[in-house]
Structure formats: structure tokens, C-alpha cells
Design a protein around this ligand. Structure first.
Ligand code: 5GP
Length: 302
């Protein structure tokens, strides 16, 4: 019957569409691996859990090539060393192959080791457009018990920003004075433009009162805090995917194309520094990410 004959055609179209979708998903996964938005160990674990998934259907050759700083020559040597056939897909590895691959990945991309101790000083950093400000703003609104540090900056206020609430807006001379007088815990030039710094006194006061303090600052600032306050808890916010980060940056519409390209280059450099942090949190949903941040404070139960 005609209806029956038309079914395979519909199937073919659907199958072609699925194939395109899968190719797209695999390309997105490669970008996530290259930019370190996802760890290779996580992809391997997902591939093992579900060999039919995008992760599971990825060729081992594509997987290795997507990892930071691995070219074709190195990839082929690794496969020979690990005795894994280049035709294998991640989901089709044997138990022994999975184990040697996992051990190799752990050696080359050491997993984060969560630190045992807790600190009242939380530092939230992460790449541009990941939503640090939104997560911090959510915490300001929902967790008044947490002291959100107000930074000093030389950039001009944006519409709706209030001096003393979102930032202390200062000029260059005043910023110089803050540095000279040792009033800043850390400071940095961000995006090659304006200067930002964390006033020390309000933090010391809040910590002395036993409160949790949250700093939302850039990577350079986080590194300075790590040096001056080694016990601080450093949190790195990750986007759910590289494509989502690009989407958020474009969607925000506050930067022109050249500036966006520059920020995305910086984002790659920043993502590569995630292992300097104590905790990684994926900002898929703002309320959930905020709850995870708050959950890391000393005041909250484990
Ligand atoms: P925005 O100008 O969009 O408010 O912030 C730009 C960047 O500056 C963000 O990445 C933010 O984390 C960072 N930032 C804000 N305050 C500070 C600060 O006190 N110190 C440092 N190092 N970075 C800051």
C-alpha cells in the first residue's frame, strides 16, 4: 500500500537527520575536549556507561586528537604504546584497554584533588561569559549571610549599577592610592582595559565576625589570593559546553565581534588553568550552581 511504501522514505529522512545531529554533537564534544570544558576522563566514563552515546561512538583517534596538545604523530605513538587499535570507538574498548587509557589520562591530565579543609574565604572565578556575575548576584540576593565582596574598579558604571553595591567606582589616581596604601587584597587589569581590585578591610571584618566571604574575581586575582591566603577555597565555574559559552557571550551583546574573539581566546587560556582550583562547578542552572558554591562554605553542612 502507498502508506507502507512511504514509511521507508520517512525513515531515511529521519535517519539522515539523526546522522547530521550526531555529527554535530561529535564536533561539539571535540570542542569541549579541546577547550577542557569537559575532562577526557569524564567522556571515557560516559562512553563506558553508554556505548551508544555520542561519547561512546567517538573514535579513539578523534578522541586523542581533540585533547589539548596532542597531534597526529603523538596520537599514533600513544595508541601503539597502549596497544589500542586505531579503529576502536571509545564505547567499544575492552576492560584492559579502558584501564590503560584511564591510567594514561590520569597521568597526563591529573584529576582535581578536592582539599579536605574548609575556609571561610571563597573565590569564584571562571572564563568570560560563564555567568560568574549572575551566580554571585543570585547569592547576594538569596544568601545575605554570605558577605559578597564589593570590588573597586576604574571602569565606568553600566546602567543600573550602584556605587558601593556592585562596585566602588574610582578613578586611576584613587586606584593607585589604594594599591600604595596596601588596601587591596589583590588587583589586576582585566580584559586589557580597566583595573579591578578587592578591598581588604571589609573582608577582614567579615571574616573576623565568622562570616563566609565570597570574591567574584578574574583568574589573575584568584592566583594572587591563592598566594596570599593559601587556605582560601578556589572555585572555578565551567560552562555546560564550549558552544554554550560562545552563545552566552554573543547573546549578551555587550561586546563587538573583535572584542568577543579576544575574550574567547582569553577564555581558552583561563579554562586551561582550571586545575589550579579546588572545585569545579558547571553553571548549567544558576540556582543550582549558586547552591553548590554556598555548599562549599564552612557554615554549611557537608
Ligand atoms: P565586569 O566589568 O564585567 O563587571 O567584570 C569584568 C571582570 O572583572 C570579571 O571577570 C570579574 O570577575 C573581574 N573582576 C571583578 N572584580 C574584580 C576584582 O576585584 N579583582 C579581579 N582580579 N577581578 C575582578
Amino acid at each position: 500500500m502507498p502508506e507502507h511504501r512511504s514509511v521507508p522514505e520517512v525513515d531515511r529522512v529521519a535517519a539522515a537527520r539523526r546522522a547530521v545531529e550526531r555529527r554535530r554533537a561529535r564536533a561539539a564534544l571535540k570542542r569541549d575536549l579541546t577547550t577542557r570544558v569537559v575532562t577526557p576522563q569524564r567522556v571515557l566514563a560516559r562512553a563506558t556507561d553508554d556505548p551508544e552515546s555520542v561519547d561512546g561512538s567517538m573514535r579513539i583517534t578523534d578522541f586523542l586528537l581533540a585533547l589539548p596538545a596532542i597531534g597526529e604523530g603523538k596520537r599514533d605513538r600513544i595508541l601503539t604504546d597502549l596497544q589500542i587499535s586505531p579503529v576502536k570507538r571509545l564505547g567499544g574498548l575492552g576492560v584492559r584497554q579502558r584501564a590503560v587509557l584511564k591510567a594514561w589520562l590520569d597521568g597526563r591530565f591529573p584529576p582535581l584533588e578536592p582539599r579536605g579543609g574548609r575556609s571561610n574565604l571563597l573565590v569564584l572565578a571562571g572564563p568570560t561569559a560563564v555567568g560568574k556575575g549572575t551566580v554571585a548576584g543570585y547569592i547576594r540576593e538569596h544568601n545575605p549571610e554570605i558577605h559578597l565582596s564589593v570590588s573597586a574598579t576604574t571602569r565606568a558604571p553600566r546602567p543600573g549599577e550602584i556605587d558601593g553595591v556592585h562596585y566602588y567606582f574610582v578613578n586611576d589616581a584613587e586606584f593607585d592610592r589604594l594599591i600604595a596604601d596596601g588596601e587591596l587584597l589583590e588587583h589586576a587589569v582585566v580584559h586589557n582595559k580597566s583595573r579591578y581590585g578587592t578591598p581588604r578591610a571589609p573582608i577582614d571584618r567579615a571574616l573576623a565576625e565568622g562570616r563566609t566571604v565570597l570574591l567574584e574575581i578574574d583568574l589573575q586575582g584568584a592566583r594572587q589570593v591563592r598566594r596570599s591566603e593559601p587556605d582560601a577555597t578556589l572555585i572555578f565555574l565551567l560552562p555546560p559546553s564550549w558552544d554554550e559559552l560562545v552563545h552566552r557571550l554573543v547573546g549578551r551583546g555587550t561586546e563587538d565581534a573583535e572584542e568577543r574573539a579576544r575574550r574567547l581566546r582569553t577564555a581558552k587560556v583561563e579554562l586551561a588553568a582550571q586545575n589550579e582550583f579546588d572545585h569545579l562547578i558547571v553553571n548549567e542552572d544558576v540556582a543550582a550552581a549558586a547552591a553548590e558554591v554556598v555548599g562549599l562554605s564552612t557554615g554549611s553542612a557537608r
